[in-house]
Design a protein. Structure first.
Length: 546
């Protein structure tokens, strides 16, 4: 094997070592302070939940779908989840600048590093794709018009489709990375990920809505709009290989073939050139001096924080988080993409004209039908993921400062952290939400509904705080960790339909609404008091163990 690698300017032994270490690191769990056993790797949990998602989706489609529709919907779901996984894990999966700190000064050629990284990426895509599509490919045998050959045809095509989805994301990101310095690229990427997340979920939810007979047409599903849906290209390929070809399937298959070849060639070629260019730069260019974050004392929010926050720890937490949200590119890349999903949902409700007045009495089934529970889920999703995202930072090793600083109340410190997150990211979202509601429903009702969602979200905010066991910005993010959190939340989404029952009760009269708001405020204050004491105990105990 060594002679073959030498022809490509790579070293077989180095490649083997780099690849085995990267795969071992992906699957290695981490051990928390005070525990002897390692936790299961986030990547393993991600694969488990992806497998459950694929199984449940396929089982729900079997009674009412034919081969083309089944393939289209499964491929749509898997390609979207694959693209989203690459977006979330871009820094760990595609280009990780931390690698260069260890490898740049070693005699490793750029091609060797590229081949190892490429094979690790392909392995990651294959694992995610298998978890998403293995069960659907087996269950597809029971679909109307299918037979025992279906798994042998569908599974390889699904792997190629997932690779195309990942390649498309890589093509865009590496294209930007070639034109921009890496630090500037991270600035743009933080905002680009919001747009990309928005477009992914918005487009794949909007396209099925454009066809009124989508579910009923089955294998006769057709139309020029299919050419705009990448998953339809590969579903057409499944149709042809199953011997159920229509004229449009031939054109869809040709589109899939051309797109696959072009994306593979262009995207992976760009990665190769980019790795070589970036490593060469890091080996020859001196590291630029990084400007310290310093506390920004200007601005209305900082002025109000200094006036009203009760303790020095709370003010320190507020200023630290405000600085990180404004200046730390890694933190922005971790948190900003989360906002794309609720924004996409709001856009869909505008397009569907599905925003209804929640104060008009309707049955539980009617509220489930118009997906009112999704708003409640998205509030929980946003509060949970944003708060947990504040645990991670690129400079996580500097968290030793927490142990030497005179912090008497870590819980108060976290109150300042949460307040900064609330004012800088969450409150603007609720103002936008209230504005959208005011367009569609009476102004008073829109204000009441937005207040209800905001105060109930504060209760969620405090409840989620019970899961916090580390100081802010003190953890290193592991591969698959963000994807795991996202998938778990998607998996529990149906349970939020029960919250509609509570909403119906509180919206039955103005008195009930006022009782609910007072109850939320009292519960929020009580939970915050308990959370502060719990964090003081947990973090001080952890500091003692360390």
């Amino acid at each position: 094997m060594n002679w073959l690698f030498q022809k490509f300017g790579a070293d077989w032994n180095q490649f083997k070592t780099l690849l085995s270490i990267s795969i071992l690191t992906d699957f290695r769990g981490h051990r928390t302070i005070g525990r002897q056993r390692r936790k299961l790797s986030p990547l393993v949990w991600t694969l488990i939940f992806y497998g459950i998602m694929g199984l449940s989706l396929a089982a729900s489609l079997v009674p009412r779908a034919k081969v083309f529709l089944f393939s289209l919907l499964i491929l749509t779901a898997s390609m979207v989840m694959m693209a989203f996984a690459v977006i979330l894990e871009f820094g760990n999966t595609i280009i990780n600048p931390e690698d260069t700190d260890v490898l740049a000064f070693r005699p490793i050629s750029p091609r060797t590093y590229f081949l190892a990284k490429l094979c690790n990426l392909l392995f990651y895509i294959f694992l995610i794709g298998t978890a998403l599509c293995l069960f659907p490919s087996l269950i597809g045998i029971a679909v109307a018009g299918s037979n025992w050959v279906f798994p042998l045809i569908f599974f390889p095509i699904a792997m190629i489709a997932n690779l195309v989805a990942a390649s498309f994301i890589i093509l865009i990101y590496t294209g930007l990375l070639r034109m921009l310095p890496y630090e500037r690229f991270k600035d743009i990427l933080a905002y680009l990920q919001i747009v990309f997340t928005f477009l992914l979920f918005f487009s794949y939810q909007l396209i099925p809505r454009l066809s009124e007979k989508f579910i009923h047409e089955g294998t006769e599903l057709s139309g020029t709009w299919l050419y705009a849906v990448p998953s339809a290209w590969f579903a057409g390929s499944v149709q042809i290989l199953m011997g159920k070809a229509r004229p449009i399937d031939s054109w869809l298959t040709l589109t899939a073939l051309v797109a696959t070849v072009l994306l593979f060639f262009v995207s992976f070629r760009r990665i190769s050139l980019q790795y070589a260019h970036q490593i060469a730069n890091l080996q020859t260019k001196e590291r630029k001096r990084i400007k310290a974050y310093g506390s920004d004392r200007k601005g209305l929010l900082n002025f109000l924080a200094r006036k009203f926050l009760p303790t020095g720890e709370a003010l320190a937490g507020f200023q630290l988080t405000s600085s990180m949200l404004k200046k730390d590119r890694y933190v922005k890349m971790s948190l900003y993409p989360i906002l794309g999903l609720p924004l996409a949902f709001l856009a869909l409700t505008m397009v569907d004209n599905s925003i209804t007045d929640p104060f008009i009495h309707r049955s539980f089934l009617d509220r489930i039908h118009d997906m009112s529970y999704l708003v409640i889920f998205l509030i929980f999703f946003m509060f949970y993921t944003l708060q947990n995202g504040l645990l991670y930072a690129q400079e996580w090793e500097a968290s030793w400062l927490y142990r030497v600083a005179p912090i008497t109340s870590p819980g108060r410190l976290y109150q300042g952290v949460k307040l900064a997150l609330l004012l800088r990211l969450i409150l603007p979202f609720f103002l936008l939400l209230g504005f959208i509601y005011s367009i569609k429903i009476p102004l008073i009702h829109s204000i009441q509904h937005t207040i209800f969602l905001f105060l109930s979200g504060l209760v969620v905010f405090s409840t989620v705080s019970f899961s916090i066991k580390d100081y802010p910005f003190s953890k290193k993010r592991e591969k698959g960790e963000r994807t795991q959190q996202f998938v778990v939340l998607i998996f529990i989404m149906p349970f939020f339909a029960l919250a509609v029952l509570v909403q119906n009760l509180f919206y039955s009269s103005n008195l009930a609404w006022w009782i609910a708001q007072i109850g939320f405020i009292v519960l929020f204050l009580a939970l915050e008091s308990i959370v502060v004491k719990r964090m003081d105990s947990v973090l001080k105990h952890k500091e003692f163990l360390s």
